[in-house]
Design a protein around this ligand. Structure first.
Ligand SMILES: NC(=O)c1ccc[n+]([C@@H]2O[C@H](COP(=O)([O-])OP(=O)(O)OC[C@H]3O[C@@H](n4cnc5c(N)ncnc54)[C@H](OP(=O)(O)O)[C@@H]3O)[C@@H](O)[C@H]2O)c1
Length: 344
């Protein structure tokens, strides 16, 4: 496959890695040349990702990063936060395309990163070379980028729900953001947060007003035109495997009708392949497995409610990363991503 882009996935045994493999093994312009995992090295892909078990010749490896960097054109990092930043250097030195699914390069301020994630940043000099990868909002920058910090799943849902208001100069001050995530948002390693009996019949808030993604959401919305944002974020853990369902409440500077607000959203997202503005509230189950973000809005006087639903692992992680790679390479943005979800 000489014309294909050689792609490596670092952290391929996790949930983000699983989705990257599901998408990239079928991408017409990509060849997956490496999939790394420390614990699964030497094992076949199906031992971890049974949905891909028919790719029996695909084995995980634990190759050192300089060897992986020497043999690829592009790398996706799907490691826990704080790990990509200490492994990225060989790829940067060789000017490989880099797409990081973790939080390591999302915040422009290394001190803010340290405050949010509790340890010093290992590669602060590389932060300015990364572009924030929320495709619909920062498309022009992503097209020119060689390094992309892919947004988190909560930020993807929040930014797509609020970006049209920010762009119109209508987003200022207090915003209340409540979002519910499925269990796959916590990764493949079981814990008392993700273990089925603890979650399956339960619904609870966590990290109330203290979630590490707030800085990234505020940074992106401010870049888009929001002012003096005072974001109160209340994440919830929902009894579903996939999905982020977001409800944002904002105060508009002038009273608006629901239909006028909806018309504004439809205009802003006109031509977007993966954002659908709906009349009814979006459903996480409908976008599951897809790269779609469904959005709907309502207004009563100056109060606006902005809703979105995304799949945390697709539009909230691997799918958006592939969408960004398509842009970086000048391929049609939808390549390898055009399929609906399943229903029922
Ligand atoms: N899950 C989501 O919905 C989602 C959405 C958006 C962004 N993200 C971000 O994407 C990244 C990956 O998330 P995930 O859900 O895929 O996590 P995961 O399921 O826990 O997978 C993590 C991967 O990294 C490897 N790994 C774990 N600890 C490591 C370490 N200390 N050093 C090197 N490798 C290590 C694991 O394999 P080995 O231990 O075998 O090496 C595995 O391949 C995270 O930064 C996460 O915040 C996740």
């Amino acid at each position: 496959m000489p014309d294909r882009l050689k792609v490596a996935i670092v952290g391929a045994s996790g949930y983000g890695g699983s989705e990257l493999l599901r998408l990239l093994l079928y991408h017409p312009h990509v060849e997956v040349v490496a999939m790394t995992s420390r614990s699964k090295a030497g094992k076949a892909i199906g031992s971890v990702h049974p949905n891909l078990g028919h790719h029996a010749d695909r084995l995980f490896s634990d190759d050192p990063m300089d060897r992986v960097a020497a043999n690829c054109d592009a790398v996706f990092f799907a490691l826990p936060h704080g790990e990509a930043m200490s492994r990225v250097r060989p790829f940067a030195d060789k000017d490989r395309l880099i797409l990081d699914l973790s939080a390591d390069f999302r915040l422009r301020d290394a001190k803010a990163w340290e405050a949010a994630y509790g340890k010093p940043h290992a590669a602060p000099d590389l932060i300015p070379s990364f572009v924030y990868g929320q495709t619909e909002c920062f498309r022009d920058q992503i097209k020119k980028a060689r390094r992309v910090a892919c947004p988190g799943c909560f930020p993807t849902g929040a930014i797509l729900a609020l970006a049209p208001l920010a762009r119109e100069g209508l987003l200022k001050g207090r915003v209340i953001l409540s979002a519910a995530t499925g269990s796959s948002g916590s990764g493949a390693e079981p814990s008392d947060k993700t273990h089925h009996p603890f979650r399956a019949e339960d619904f609870r808030a966590y990290r109330v007003l203290n979630h590490q993604h707030v800085g990234e959401i505020v940074q992106a919305l401010t870049d888009l035109g929001a002012r003096e944002l005072d974001l109160l974020f209340i994440p919830h853990s929902a009894p579903m495997v996939r999905g982020i369902s977001t409800t944002a409440v904002a105060s508009l500077p002038l009273p608006m009708k629901s239909e006028d607000l909806a018309a504004m959203y439809r205009l802003q997202y006109q031509g977007e392949s993966f954002v659908r503005v709906l009349a009814d509230p979006p459903r996480a189950g409908v976008v599951a497995g897809t790269n779609f973000a469904d959005v709907s809005v309502a207004a009563k006087g100056k109060d606006a409610v902005l809703l979105s639903a995304v799949d945390n692992l697709v539009k909230g992680a691997a799918g958006q990363a592939v969408q960004d790679l398509n842009l970086m390479m000048g391929w049609p943005e939808t390549t390898g991503l055009e399929y609906p979800g399943t229903w029922p």
